[in-house]
Write a protein that binds this ligand. Structure first.
Ligand code: ADP
Length: 227
């Protein structure tokens, strides 16, 4: 569950990246956050991860009020969501298996649980036979699936995909969207952040469009409202 209430974020010297935006995303929804470069999408993402704090307004993610959260609770909040970054952020010196196991190890999950969960997740994203490969031995689409697998280690309530089709070819982008749809179909909230109009409009899902730091369209309104 995501709640933004009149959220403003200003960077120094005086760039207002988000100008008092309000939105609500329910558990189980599949939402595209669409907008051109400079619209404020990365800022929206950073606020959800509490990499940045809002200057005004309130951000609530999976029950955590990020405007009031204590520093020591941030890691727990982050475990309730999984992020697939545009540049994948895989560790090049580790195999596919180790990349996923590592994400579990750093949060103190025991080896026994890791041995059970990693093969399960690899199977889920169709990478069982690539477990021993290193990231450089994989295609862009496969690397992205590793990134997705890693995002799923904590069984998150919410998965955020940042420009999921940016680094892969069109056929593979259909594949990754199908995986995200499958993840959503079991109740996980999915938020896809993208600048690709066509991607957002190909799927009959909710679209929240941001331009110049304001929401200009939200198809979840009674009728698609252009603000
Ligand atoms: P998008 O992800 O949609 O391209 P961003 O959230 O990155 O948009 O940027 C929104 C606005 O905020 C842009 O004008 C950008 O230049 C500015 N901006 C983003 N990050 C910073 C920063 N760290 N310092 C100053 N300005 C920033």
């Amino acid at each position: 569950m995501i709640d933004f209430k009149n959220v403003t974020k200003t960077y120094k010297p005086d760039i207002t990246a988000l100008k008092g935006i309000s939105l609500h995303i329910d558990k189980g929804e599949f939402v595209f956050v669409l907008g051109p470069s400079g619209a404020g999408k990365s800022t929206f993402l950073k606020l959800m991860l509490r990499e940045e704090a809002a200057d005004k307004g309130e951000v609530i993610v999976n029950g955590y009020n990020l405007s009031k959260i204590k520093q020591r609770d941030i890691p727990y909040m982050r475990r309730t969501l999984g992020v697939v970054f545009q540049d994948f952020r895989l560790i090049p010196t580790m195999t596919v298996y180790e990349n996923i196991a590592f994400a579990m190890r750093v949060t103190n999950i025991g080896e026994k649980d890791i041995k059970k969960r990693v093969p399960y997740i690899l199977n889920l994203v169709g990478l069982t036979d690539k477990a021993k490969k290193f990231p450089t031995q994989l295609s862009g689409g496969e690397q992205q699936r590793v990134a997705l697998a890693r995002a799923l280690v904590h069984s998150p309530e919410l998965v955020i995909a940042d420009e999921p089709t940016g680094n892969i070819d069109p056929e593979l982008s259909i594949e990754i969207m199908e995986l995200l749809k499958a993840i959503n179909s079991v109740g996980t909230t999915v938020v896809v952040v993208t600048h690709e109009h066509e991607l957002a409009h190909t799927y009959a899902k909710r679209i929240i469009e941001i331009k110049d730091g304001t929401i200009v369209l939200d198809t979840a309104m009674a009728k698609a409202v252009r603000f």
